[in-house]
Design a protein around this ligand. Structure first.
Ligand SMILES: [Zn+2]
Length: 271
């Protein structure tokens, strides 16, 4: 009963957060509020039109280079899944210790023993949330994958790093199924389940080699300065799971690929 009351409270919080976001500008994936129009929906979205380092991109030619390993330190977290109308998203809890220090938190991993982090590019990043797109936003030689997961992180200077994982049609994925089973069907809905946990490390491919480039968020306001690391290997999910995600969301949720301009895509050299 207590968890039900909590869940109802969270639904209310979720709805109010959504309403607040909608007041800024109503953006979506179809028609007049679709990606082609984002840049003209409001002054704060202008980068969606004028940015020179936008995401996603089509990865056609890459530069093979030795890239540092990304160190993943993801921990189990209770389910806190929201349907914000644009995607289905798991919000990661942040421990009280980090919360109290933030944003002046230290840069040692010791401060983050209860939080999910990555060490990337010589810097420590805290995991905020992860969510999904169907089909994939990034493409490889013009080809989409069935889905793409984005794990969104920030460091102490509020710089963002997103890890992307392609998801291709194949075997049933039990961990992704647990996420789907906790997904709210209503926009603004939230499902909290403190009895069970999810660890995003189980949604990473075995091989951690990756592509990297500088880009932006793929949703308004399309802010730039985002380091992208796109895992080289996809993970597998079943046809039914792709259908279930699409049904839950009710539409596809991708931004078309953006011009590369003068950017390079780097690719880890195989060891
Ligand atoms: Zn995304």
């Amino acid at each position: 009963m207590r968890s039900m009351v909590l869940a109802l409270m969270m639904v209310f919080v979720g709805v109010s957060v959504h309403a607040e976001k909608s007041a800024v500008a109503d953006w979506g994936y179809q028609g007049k509020s679709g990606p082609e129009h984002w840049g003209s929906l409001g002054a704060s979205f202008s980068l969606c039109n004028t940015g020179m380092a936008q995401s996603p991109i089509d990865m056609v030619s890459t530069h093979l280079i030795e890239l540092d390993d990304i160190k993943f330190s993801y921990v189990d977290a209770p389910f806190h899944v929201i349907n914000n109308g644009h995607t289905l998203e798991e919000i990661e809890p942040i421990s009280p210790m980090v919360n109290s220090r933030y944003p002046q938190h230290g840069q040692t991993a010791n401060h983050f023993s209860n939080d999910s982090t990555i060490t990337f590019d010589g810097d420590l990043y805290l995991l905020e949330q992860f969510h999904f797109h169907t089909p994939s936003e990034h493409t490889l030689n013009h080809q989409h994958f069935a889905m793409e997961m984005h794990l969104v992180h920030h460091n102490a200077r509020h710089e963002s790093a997103v890890i992307a994982v392609f998801m291709k049609e194949g075997k049933h994925n039990q961990v992704f199924q647990e996420f789907l089973d906790h997904a709210p069907t209503q926009v603004g809905g939230v499902i909290d389940d403190h009895e069970h946990t999810l660890n995003p490390k189980h949604l990473l491919p075995k091989n951690h080699s990756y592509y990297r480039y500088f880009g932006s968020f793929t949703t308004p306001p399309c802010s730039e300065g985002v380091i992208w690391a796109i895992m080289h290997d996809p993970i597998e999910i079943s046809t039914e799971q792709i259908r279930q995600f699409t049904r839950l969301l009710g539409h596809t949720n991708i931004r078309p690929t953006q011009p590369l301009h003068k950017r390079f895509v780097l690719e880890s050299k195989p060891n």
